[in-house]
Ligand binder design. Structure first.
Ligand code: TYC
Length: 105
């Protein structure tokens, strides 16, 4: 036999606690401005390491240049750490003072 919905069933639903889905924390990767790193190098880094189109890379590079900082991506802790290390390594190799950091979202 099918049951007829009533107020009591609704009351039960209203107090049910939402099961907590455990999402891992995500990390913003931030690129910082400086006066010496060439704009073309920053654009190259954004294309190569953050899979941006040339247009997107120019836009983000200019945001960093004007505002001092921009988020270039949001990743798991491990991926964010890798991205930061890759940016710093590319910059170090070319002797540019470009800085890249990460922070919890
Ligand atoms: N400000 C730099 C210049 O004028 C360009 C630049 C942009 C440097 C973004 C770093 O993250 C950066 N050459």
């Amino acid at each position: 036999m099918t049951s007829i919905p009533n107020d009591r069933d609704d009351a039960d639903l209203a107090v049910k606690t939402k099961p907590k889905t455990q999402r891992p924390p995500m990390y913003k990767v931030l690129l910082l401005n400086d006066d010496f790193t060439p704009m073309e190098f920053v654009v190259y880094v954004l294309e190569r390491l953050f899979s941006m189109t040339h247009g997107q890379a120019i836009e983000i590079m200019l945001t960093v240049h004007r505002k001092g900082v921009a988020v270039v991506g949001v990743f798991s802790h491990e991926v964010a750490e890798t991205k930061v290390a890759q940016v710093m390594e590319l910059a170090r190799r070319q002797q540019h003072p470009l800085q890249c950091t990460m922070e919890k979202e």
